[in-house]
Design a protein around this ligand. Sequence first.
Ligand code: UFG
Length: 323
Amino acid sequence: MKNILVVGGAGYIGSHMVKMLLAHGYHVVTLDNLSGGYRDAVLGGDFVFGDLADKTCLNYLFKGYQFDGVMHFASFIQVGESVKLPGKYYQNNFANTLNLLDTMVAHGVKNFIFSSTAAIFGEPHYIPVDEAHPKNPINAYGSSKMMVERALQDYDSAHQLKSVCLRYFNAAGADPEGQLGERHLPETHLIPLVLHAAHGKLPQLTIFGQDYDTPDGTCVRDYVHINDLCQAHLLALQQLLAGGNSAVYNLGNGEGFSIRQVIEIARQITGKSIPIVIGERRGGDPARLVADSRLARQQLGWQPQYAELPTIIQHAWQWELTQ
Ligand code: UFG
C-alpha cells in the first residue's frame, strides 16, 4: 500500500483529496496546523497536528513514516489579503514550502504534487490560458506560488525531486456525497458567499466592481469542481509513482462565467432571491481567467466529470444546506 502525506489535508481541497485517496486504497497521513482546516473534515488515515514552519516536527514525521509521495495543499489563499500582507504569503506559501521540500530531500522522498494557481499568470495576454502563457502575477499570492514552481525546477535538477504543479483556476463545489464542502473562515470566495446570501446568512452579495473589460463588466472565472481537481491529483500522483517526469498543468473547464452569471445560475438552483450591491474593485483581480486544459487531458488522461457550472453550484448548495 502506497503511503501518501497530505499537507493541508484538513482544508477544503485537501479534505476532498484525503477522501479520494482512501477510496483508492492509499494509506494517508494528514499534516495540518488547523489554521484554516477542520479535524472532522479528515475522514480517515492518520492525523498529525503540525506546521510547516516547524522543521523538527517535519523531521520526526518523515522519520516515522516512509512516504511514497507528498501532496501539498497548505497555503494562504486570499488574493485580496495577499496584496495587503505580502510577507504573510511569502513566508507561509514559499519559505515554509522550502522546509517541506528540504525534508523530503533529506529523507529521500521524490514525488511531490503541488497546488499551484492561475494567479501566477496575472492579467492574461490571451484566453484561454495554456501552460506556455507568460507568468506575471499581480498579487503576492500568485507570486508566492510562482516562486515555488521555480524552486521545484531547481530541486529536480539538483535532487531529482519530481513534481507535478497543478494550476487551479477557480476551485468550487463540494463532495457529491455531501460529506465535505467549503468551510473557510472568513469566507471570501464567490460561490459560497452567493449561497450564504441565498441562505439568508448574508444580507446581500457585494460584487467587487462592474467596470471590467468583460461582457457585463464583472470578472470572469473558470470554475472547476473540487472532485475533478482531486481526480487530476490522483492521476498526477500515479504518473509520478510510475516514474514520470516533472510537469505542470492548468486545470479548468475552458469556459468563463461572469459574477452576474454565477449569481443568476445560483438563483435558479436555489430558488431564492440573492440581493446584490455593487462595490469597489478588489485589489489583485484580473478581469478574466479561463483555462486551456488540453495538456492535462492529453498527458494525464484527465476527464472532468462535473464540468457544468449548475452541477458545481448544486453540489455547493447541497453542502450549504447542511451548514
Ligand atoms: N467576488 C465578488 N464578491 C465577493 C467575493 C468575490 O465580487 O464577495 C469576485 C472577486 O472579486 C473575483 C470573483 O468574484 O472577481 C472570484 O473571486 P474568488 O475570491 O471566489 O476567487 P479568485 O478568482 O479571487 O481566486 C481564486 C482562489 C485563488 C486562485 C484564483 C485563481 O481564491 O486561490 O481563484 O483564479 F488562485
